[in-house]
Design a protein. Structure first.
Length: 113
C-alpha cells in the first residue's frame, strides 16, 4: 500500500524558518516523495526547537502514513496555527517518519541551505 511513497535522506543541510527565526536545521532530514506532488522534507524532532511548537487539537489520518498530530508555532508576534505535523506511529512500512516533523510550505519556509 505504501509502494508509491519513497523515503530517502535529503541531501545537504535543510532549514525551517517561521516568523523570521530559524526553527530548525538538519543534515539528517528525510525527503519523502509520493508519485504525485512535490517532495516533503521531514526534520528529526531533535533538530527542531520543539519548545516553540505546541500540539494542536488537529489530528488527520492518511491511509498510507497513519495518524498525524498537528502543531502550531509560537513566534515572537503571533501563533501560526497547524504549521506542521508528525506521525508518532506511522504505518509499518514508513517507520522512518517516526520522531520527524514536516511543515506546510505556505506557513513556514523550508529550504536547502
Amino acid at each position: 500500500m505504501t509502494d508509491h511513497i519513497k523515503i530517502k535522506k535529503a541531501e545537504g543541510k535543510w532549514t525551517v524558518r517561521a516568523g523570521g527565526a530559524v526553527l530548525g536545521e538538519s543534515r539528517e532530514a528525510l525527503e519523502v516523495q509520493e508519485s504525485k506532488g512535490s517532495a516533503v522534507i521531514y526534520f528529526p524532532k531533535n533538530d527542531v526547537a520543539m519548545a516553540f511548537l505546541e500540539a494542536s487539537d488537529t489530528v488527520t489520518t492518511c491511509p498510507y502514513r497513519g495518524e498525524a498530530a498537528h502543531y502550531s508555532i509560537h513566534t515572537k508576534s503571533t501563533i501560526i496555527e497547524d504549521a506542521g505535523w508528525s506521525y508518532s506511529s506511522p504505518v509499518e512500512d514508513l517507520d522512518a517518519l517516526k520522531d520527524h516533523m514536516a511543515f506546510y510550505g505556505d506557513k513556514v519556509t523550508v529550504a536547502r541551505t
